[in-house]
Design a protein around this ligand. Structure first.
Ligand code: SAH
Length: 386
């Protein structure tokens, strides 16, 4: 069985044709699946009208019952009532939808962060995080079960990589969260590939998912609101620069030199810092996007003044931002978060050198839901509070 949410519109059109159906049936299916509030609200015009409304004049004023609250966003093929019974049966026999199941959600105490725990068809589990900040609704997406990078401070890679997520499994994380938001009139507007996994190691599925997130017929989220974070896989960065995409790229730098980086990031042995930084520069040039360097601050390892000075020298002249993240404690790891004063001194040192710095206030600490801190949790070991 194929996953419905793994299909681009053109591929679904081709499937329809190959199965003796008209290609516009694919557009109808897309509307049932995706037109659940992600598109900007506006009058229903010829280009984006619901199939039920074709040919109806002044359609923006007529909202049939079938389009009312909760009706767009079909839960299964049976709900796609403007498709014939036969086609619905054919679709149900060929495609799985939905492919992932929500097991539970947990809210942080401040209510700004919600963690979603999903079960995949093979019973494996992944998490996504919804971050509310002002009117912005960001989803932090997982792209793998586990992670091959095994960074010393990260919970996601502790058991290594279990498997890649499919396009549909990536896309449905956002689809279902958006449907939850829609109930209160909100929508997902920003995406970050900062959950479990290394996007460059599941490259094709990540690119396909970005295309669906960006597609006006599906999610219609601007590429500039989509961010891919990488541990520094040089050929992945180079390949992404050659795509016709303009997504934001973040490098998990975490060290001012190759020596320290190798101690905390096993991937650094394969990809020397110098080569990664050159690839990042090329990315910035090709796509005209600024780049961000993430720097998780670990007490006694990369948080001293000399490290800040070295970092400033390393990044001198680059059009970039450094995002300082205080280490978020992970159970069983001996690492420490630096004091606020140490972080402040580090920050000021970078700023004095003319570097643009942001300081990520780590959201969702009480539910261990900070991006990049999604642990592989066994059912009985869940630290989630119902
Ligand atoms: N594999 C990708 C994306 C996932 S992690 C990458 O390496 O970029 C998202 C970010 O959170 C990364 O910068 C990661 O290094 C950071 N991170 C992971 N665990 C953390 C922790 N315990 N405290 C602070 N930041 C962490």
């Amino acid at each position: 069985m194929k996953e419905l949410c793994g299909f681009q519109l053109d591929d679904l059109k081709a499937w329809m044709e190959a199965n003796g159906e008209k290609p516009f049936r694919a557009t109808q299916v897309f509307e049932w699946v995706y037109s659940s509030g992600l598109r900007k609200p506006g009058p229903l015009g010829p280009g984006n009208s619901h199939p039920n409304l074709r040919g109806v004049r002044n359609s923006s004023q007529i909202i049939p019952r079938s389009l009312g609250r909760g009706s767009s966003g079909a839960k299964d093929f049976e709900a796609m009532t403007n498709l014939g019974k036969e086609l619905r049966a054919k679709l149900a026999a060929s495609f799985s939808f939905p492919a992932i199941k929500l097991l539970r959600t947990v809210n942080s105490e401040d209510g700004e962060t919600t963690k979603f725990l999903w079960e995949l068809p093979d019973q494996k589990r992944v998490e996504s995080v919804l971050i509310r900040s002002g009117t912005r609704r960001t989803v932090c997406i997982s792209c793998q079960v586990g992670c091959p990078a095994r960074c010393a401070f990260c919970a996601s890679g502790r058991e290594g990589l279990m498997r890649n997520l499919s396009v549909g499994e990536i896309v449905e994380q956002v689809l279902h969260i958006d449907r939850v938001l829609k109930e209160t009139g909100e929508r997902v507007c920003h995406l970050v590939y900062m959950g479990m996994g290394e996007p460059m190691e599941n490259y094709d599925a990540v690119i396909q998912s970005i295309r669906l997130f960006n597609d006006p017929a599906a999610f219609h989220i601007s590429q500039r609101r989509i961010t891919v974070s990488t541990v520094g896989v040089v050929e992945g960065i180079q390949k992404l620069a050659k795509e016709d995409l303009q997504v934001n790229l973040v490098l998990s730098l975490h060290a001012p030199n190759q020596h320290i980086r190798k101690k905390i990031i096993p991937y650094a042995r394969k990809y020397p810092l110098e080569e990664i930084l050159l690839a990042m520069d090329d990315y910035a040039q090709e796509t005209k996007r600024d780049i961000t360097y993430e720097y998780t601050m670990l007490a006694g390892i990369n948080d001293k003044r000399i490290h800040a000075e070295e970092l400033a020298t390393l990044l001198r002249g680059k059009q970039c931002t450094v995002n300082l993240i205080p280490y978020n404690p992970v159970d069983g790891l001996q690492l420490q978060r630096p004091s606020s004063e140490t972080i402040m001194t580090f920050r000021m040192c970078l700023e004095d050198a003319g570097i643009n710095v942001t300081w990520r206030y780590t959201k969702g600490k009480d539910i261990a839901a900070a991006c990049g801190q999604l642990a592989m949790q066994k059912a009985e070991g869940l630290v989630l509070v119902p």
